[in-house]
Design a binder for this molecule. Structure first.
Ligand SMILES: C[S@@+](CC[C@H](N)C(=O)[O-])C[C@H]1O[C@@H](n2cnc3c(N)ncnc32)[C@H](O)[C@@H]1O
Ligand SMILES: Nc1nc2[nH]cc(C(=O)O)c2c(=O)[nH]1
Ligand code: SF4
Ligand SMILES: [Mg+2]
Length: 244
């Protein structure tokens, strides 16, 4: 008999590690990184899950197999599961979330908010990360709002913005003003992300830290006291290494 249950296109499943970014920073987390993205940000740090050149590494996995991997990595102890990518919103995650919740696991989704799904309403945390001008992508705010609407009441919804320069900062302020009820997390961009999957490409940590200091100065001078400024903790610890 053919298996008609939905399969998930997986680039990698890894952890537990700590969540390195945003509202859940520091929390032990297992990551499911899906393959494929409707964007291609100029500075994407996960091209191995975006670029078709890496398609041969991606696997269509039945929900059961994905879940077995998460359970094995977590030693069957409930943990936060982060759905990332690529754009994980284009994968059929409803069944996996239902299954995980039944066993006490929690789920966060990282997305650029270009595609909304009904199953967003089952998440625990929804991280919306609209892309600023330096990414060379354009945010469709109608699609973005559809993501917030799809979440309905249950998940905690937050904004996470990557900042490289003044125009990214202006974009972040505009995004925050559009959605004043959403908590805001700002992170300095990594201008030396891995290229062509070269994970040992050196990271310019000093440069990232200078950008972070500049960002803190902007936020404090503007009296933007609701914004939180955080580094990508995993990048500080492990540079461009994959699956950490
Ligand atoms: C690789 S993306 C995958 C999820 C989804 N496609 C998104 O962009 O939200 C995960 C997070 O990494 C951030 N990110 C990607 N490249 C980055 C870089 N070079 N510096 C800082 N953050 C980056 C994204 O903005 C996003 O918040
Ligand atoms: N430790 C760790 N934290 C992360 N937060 C967001 C990540 C991502 O690539 O989505 C990520 C990642 O790849 N590793
Ligand atoms: S939306 Fe996310 S995964 Fe897609 S290219 Fe941009 S940063 Fe990379
Ligand atoms: Mg990342």
């Amino acid at each position: 008999m053919t298996d008609t249950r939905p399969a998930i296109r997986v680039s990698e499943i890894f952890g537990p590690t700590i969540q390195g970014e945003g509202v859940l920073i520091g929390l032990p987390t297992v990551f499911i990184r899906t393959g494929g993205c409707d964007y291609r940000c100029s500075w994407c740090d996960s091209l191995h899950a975006v670029d078709n050149q890496f398609r041969h590494e991606w696997k269509m996995m039945p929900v059961d197999a994905v879940w077995q991997s998460v359970v094995a990595l977590s030693g069957a102890r409930p943990v936060m599961v982060s759905l990332s990518g690529g754009n994980p919103a284009i994968q059929p995650f409803g069944g996996l979330i239902e299954r995980g919740h039944a066993e006490g696991y929690r789920f966060a989704l990282e997305t650029q908010a270009s595609v909304a799904k009904d199953w967003f309403a089952e998440l625990d945390v929804l991280v919306l990360s609209p892309k600023p001008p330096s990414s060379e992508m354009r945010t469709d705010w109608v699609a973005f709002e559809a993501c917030i609407e799809a979440a309905r009441e249950k998940p905690q919804v937050v904004l996470k913005l990557v900042i490289f320069d003044e125009s990214d900062y202006a974009f972040a302020k505009d995004a925050a003003a559009r959605f004043p009820s959403l908590p805001v997390y700002l992170q300095p961009g990594n201008h030396t992300p891995p290229r062509r999957g070269e994970e040992d490409a050196a990271v310019d940590l000093a440069g990232i830290m200078r950008r972070m200091e500049w960002l803190i100065e902007k936020v404090t001078q503007d009296r933007w006291f609701e914004a939180r400024v955080l580094p990508q903790l995993h990048v500080l610890l492990w540079g461009n290494k994959r699956a950490v």
